[in-house]
Design a binder for this molecule. Structure first.
Ligand code: PLP
Length: 268
């Protein structure tokens, strides 16, 4: 076959995360989101989960040297334009990834995945404190309210507490923090609030709450969408605004798959 068009070189995003055999979250959600956003997805798989919409059946964490080898293979060949981290499973993996992110000269979005929506743990509890080293390397850290509470000691039930938690994460060394409001009440309003704290100030994003339990993969999709925009050259504020907007649509057009709660739509 004769090639008629010039080859294209989309920006490369590296996702360091776990595999979800059910395809709704993890590496699978990341790749679908990255490709839909016009970037090229590469991966370092930290763990393999056997799961579907009803929950996680088992988890196998890869040896750290295998995770390191995947990172090496990608960064030695590709010009990585953004990194995104998801399920890291153990303290050793969190520490390894902190070293890796420090060495890559590209923006890094850290989604501090701890527990799946099904309630299954995706991070050993003794690994929670190891996150400080990775947060210090993050361009943006994207905790939900529960993760923000673990990382900062502040349980954000309101917009002002979300702001406080975000400011604490910036004090810990992240350039910016997006405290996600799936759980944050906004008085009488049915809106979901996401609070972005940067060195320049605070910005709150609001969108109407969608009445659905099909939110599997929402954190992965949001952090990947933001990393994809950063890879295209957006600044953090613009990338977050685009990511929050995309996720609102992804939840609205969620997928009814399997017997359990479905997943968000990754390619909206
Ligand atoms: N990574 C993996 C491998 C998962 O299985 C999950 C949830 O089940 C997550 C990350 C986090 O998913 P979410 O995007 O719903 O926070």
């Amino acid at each position: 076959m004769t090639r008629r068009d010039a080859p294209v070189s989309p920006p490369v995003v590296l996702t360091i995360a776990g595999s979800d055999s059910g395809g709704g979250a993890g590496i699978q959600a990341d790749l679908k989101t990255i490709e839909a956003g016009g970037a090229f997805g590469t991966t370092a798989i930290t763990s393999v989960t056997a799961q579907n919409t009803t929950g996680v059946e088992s988890t196998h964490v890869l040896p750290t040297d295998e995770i390191d080898a995947q990172c090496d293979a990608v960064v030695s060949d590709f010009d990585v334009a953004a990194v995104k981290t998801g399920m890291l499973a153990t303290a050793e993996v969190v520490e390894l990834v902190a070293d890796r992110v420090r060495a890559v000269a590209a923006p890094a979005v850290v989604d501090p995945v701890m527990v799946a929506a099904s309630g299954d743990r995706l991070l050993a509890s003794e690994a929670e404190s190891a996150y400080e080293a990775l947060i210090a390397e993050a361009t943006l850290v994207t905790p939900n309210a529960d993760e923000a509470a673990v990382l900062t000691g502040i349980d954000p039930d309101s917009e002002s507490e979300a702001r406080e938690a975000g400011e604490r994460l910036v004090e810990l060394g992240a350039d910016a923090a997006l405290v996600k409001g799936g759980h944050i009440a906004d008085g009488e309003s049915a809106d979901v609030l996401d609070v972005l704290v940067t060195a320049d100030g605070v910005e709150t994003f609001r969108h109407p709450r969608v009445d659905t339990d099909a939110t599997h993969g929402s954190g992965c999709t949001l952090s990947s969408a933001i990393a994809t925009r950063l890879a295209h050259g957006d600044d953090v504020e613009a990338a977050v605004a685009a990511g929050v907007d995309l996720l609102a649509r992804a939840v609205r057009y969620n997928l009814d798959m399997g017997e359990g709660p479905g997943a968000v739509h990754h390619a909206v």
